[in-house]
Design a protein around this ligand. Structure first.
Ligand code: SF4
Length: 250
C-alpha cells in the first residue's frame, strides 16, 4: 500500500474515533497502554485506532514501520494545517531552551530496575520459553507462569517512564508552570499508574519466586527493589492513590 493511502486511512480512522459517541474522555491518559487487555478498548480513542490497526498489519514485519511512518507524517500534516488555520508560522517558532534536570534518586532506581529486569529476561528468554512449553504439556500446568512473565515484561520499562513523568511535575520552571493544578494532577495520575504497575510486577515476581527456586536470588533482589521504589513513590506522591483516573476509577 502506498504511503498516501496509509495516511488517508489513518485520518479516516482518527475521524471515526473522534466521532465515536461512547468514548470516555481522557481514559487513555493514565492507563497502562496494554490495549489488548483493556476493558475500555472500545471506549477509548487510542483503543479504537489500535483495534483497527491490529487487524490490518503484522506488528512484527516491515508493515509496522511503514504504517508508523505514515501515521507520523499524517499527524505532522494535521499539526501544520491547524497551525496555518490559527495563523501560526511553525518555521518562525522561538528558540526555547529547556533546562536539563538531573534525575532524582527514585527515577534512577526505577531505571536501573527496568534495565536489570530487561537484561535478566533476555538472558533467560530461552529457558522461560522451554519451561512454558514443558508446562503446557503437563497435566497440572502452572497457569500463572506465562502470565507472570508477560506482566513483568510489559511493565519493566513502563515503570521508569511513568515515574519520570510523575517526577517532572515536582519540578518548577517548565512549560506547565502556568497551570499548577494540571501539573499536580498529571503528576499524581502518572504516579498512580506507576504504583499500580509496581504492585502487579510484585505479584508476578511472587508467582515466579514460588515456582523457580533456581532464580531465587535474582527474584528476591527485584522484589526488594520494587518494594523500595513503591514505598518511596507513596511517600513522594501522597495524593497519588486518591487520584481518580477517567474510566478506571469512576
Ligand atoms: S485506556 Fe485502554 S484502550 Fe485506551 S490506550 Fe489505555 S490501555 Fe489502550
Amino acid at each position: 500500500m502506498k504511503k498516501e493511502e496509509r495516511k488517508n486511512r489513518f485520518i479516516e480512522k482518527l475521524d471515526k474515533s473522534m466521532n465515536a459517541t461512547n468514548v470516555i474522555s481522557g481514559v487513555h491518559n493514565y492507563c497502562d497502554r496494554w490495549c489488548e487487555r483493556c476493558k475500555f478498548i472500545r471506549r477509548c480513542r487510542v483503543g479504537l485506532i489500535e483495534l483497527e490497526r491490529s487487524d490490518n498489519y503484522d506488528v512484527n514485519g516491515s508493515e509496522f514501520w511503514e504504517e508508523l511512518s505514515a501515521i507520523f507524517e499524517a499527524t505532522y500534516d494535521m499539526v501544520v494545517k491547524k497551525a496555518e488555520e490559527m495563523g501560526i508560522d511553525l518555521s518562525d517558532a522561538p528558540n526555547v531552551e529547556f533546562e536539563k534536570r538531573e534525575p532524582s534518586e527514585i527515577e534512577t532506581e526505577a531505571e536501573d530496575y527496568g534495565i536489570s529486569v530487561y537484561n535478566w529476561m533476555k538472558e533467560n528468554y530461552e529457558g522461560f520459553q522451554n519451561l512454558a512449553l514443558e508446562f503446557a504439556e503437563k497435566e497440572f500446568a502452572i497457569p500463572d507462569f506465562k502470565e507472570a512473565v508477560d506482566v513483568i515484561n510489559w511493565y519493566e520499562l513502563f515503570i521508569p517512564v511513568k515515574i519520570r513523568r510523575a517526577a517532572d511535575g515536582l519540578f518548577k520552571d517548565d512549560i506547565f508552570d502556568d497551570d499548577l493544578e494540571f501539573k499536580k494532577n498529571d503528576s499524581d495520575g502518572s504516579a498512580k499508574i506507576a504504583i499500580i504497575a509496581i504492585s502487579r510486577s510484585i505479584e508476578a515476581f511472587t508467582v515466579l519466586y514460588h515456582q523457580f527456586p533456581k532464580h531465587e536470588d535474582a527474584i528476591l533482589d527485584f522484589l526488594k527493589r520494587l518494594s523500595i521504589i513503591k514505598q518511596k513513590m507513596l511517600i513522594t506522591f501522597p495524593d497519588a492513590m486518591s487520584f481518580k483516573r477517567p474510566g478506571f476509577d469512576d
